[in-house]
Design a protein around this ligand. Structure first.
Ligand code: ATP
Length: 246
C-alpha cells in the first residue's frame, strides 16, 4: 500500500549567518503512517533539520537558502511554530525539557494547550497514561523528581497531548540506560501503530534502525545513505560507523 508522504524535504540548503553551510541538497521523505530514522554524528545537521521543520531556524540565525519543506502537501515556509503544532507537526525536544516544578499531570495539560480541538484533551491524557503507566502512578508528583527515563516518557507524553499527526523526536535515547532505551523504542512503535507518523532523530543507530521503517544518514550536511531500516542495519558503512562492528 502506498501513501502520499506526510513530509517532503526537497533539495534543502541551510546556512547560519550565510557562512556555515549546515545542510546542502537534502532530500528526505516521511511516508504517511511510517517511522523514519534520521541518523548522523555530531554536527551532521540533524538539529538544523529539526529547527527548519519547527520554524525555529531564525532564532538561531539560520536561513533556508534554497529548497523547500512540504507538510501534508503544503509548504511550511513562513508558518509560525504555534501553527505548526496546531496543524499536528509536533516536536519533542532533546534533553527532556519538561517543567520540573510542575506535576506530571500539569506538564501534560501544558502540552495540550496548543491543540486545535480542546475536547480531545481528556482522551489524549488517557492515551498517554495507557502508553506510560508509570506516569499515571506519578501524576501528582513533581516532574523534577522523576528518573531520566520517566522524564523522557513525560516529554513524549506532553508531545502526544497536542494530537500530533507527525511526531518529531530529537534523540529520545540520550543519556538513558539500555533497558530504558528499549522501552522507549517499544512505545515509539506503539504510538506509530496507533496512527502517528514519526521522524526519529537519533545517534543510537541500534535503537533507531530497530524501530524505523526507513532511514536516512546525514553526513556533514548531506544525505550519504538511505533505504529500508533493515537493509541499512546490514550495510557495511552503517555497521562500521554506527554499530561498532568493523
Ligand atoms: P548534534 O548532534 O551535535 O546536535 P547535529 O547533527 O544536530 O549535531 P547541527 O547542530 O545541525 O548538527 O549542526 C550542523 C552544523 O551547523 C555544524 O557545523 C554546527 O557547528 C553548525 N551550527 C549549528 N547551529 C549553529 C548556529 N546557531 N550558528 C552557527 N553555526 C551553527
Amino acid at each position: 500500500e502506498t501513501h502520499a508522504p506526510i513530509l517532503e524535504v526537497r533539495d534543502l540548503a541551510v546556512t547560519y549567518g550565510g557562512v556555515v553551510q549546515a545542510l546542502r541538497g537534502v532530500d528526505i521523505t516521511v511516508g504517511e503512517g511510517s517511522v523514519v530514522a534520521l541518523l548522523g554524528s555530531n554536527g551532521a545537521g540533524k538539529t538544523t533539520l529539526l529547527r527548519t521543520l519547527s520554524g525555529t531556524l531564525k532564532l538561531h540565525k539560520g536561513r533556508v537558502e534554497s529548497g523547500e519543506v512540504r507538510y501534508r502537501g503544503s509548504s511550511l515556509k513562513g508558518r509560525d511554530p504555534a501553527r505548526c503544532v496546531a496543524d499536528g507537526l509536533v516536536q519533542v525536544p532533546e534533553g527532556r525539557r519538561i517543567f520540573s516544578r510542575l506535576t506530571v499531570e500539569e506538564n501534560l495539560k501544558a502540552g495540550g494547550l496548543g491543540a486545535k480541538d480542546k475536547s480531545t484533551r481528556a482522551p489524549a491524557q488517557e492515551r498517554v497514561y495507557d502508553l506510560f503507566p508509570v506516569l499515571a502512578d506519578r501524576r501528582t508528583q513533581r516532574a523534577g523528581l522523576l528518573s531520566g527515563g520517566e522524564q523522557q516518557m513525560l516529554a513524549i507524553g506532553r508531545g502526544l497531548m497536542a494530537g500530533p499527526k507527525l511526531l518529531l523526536l530529537d534523540e529520545p535515547s540520550l543519556g538513558l540506560a539500555p533497558r530504558i532505551i528499549g522501552q522507549i523504542g517499544e512505545v515509539i512503535r506503539e504510538i506509530n501503530r496507533q496512527g502517528t507518523s514519526v521522524l526519529l532523530v537519533e545517534q543510537n543507530a541500534t535503537m533507531a534502525l530497530g524501530v524505523a521503517d526507513t532511514a536516512f544518514v546525514l553526513d556533514v550536511g548531506k544525505v550519504s545513505l538511505q533505504g529500508p531500516a533493515v537493509e541499512l542495519a546490514q550495510s557495511d558503512a552503517v555497521q562500521r560507523l554506527y554499530l561498532g562492528h568493523g
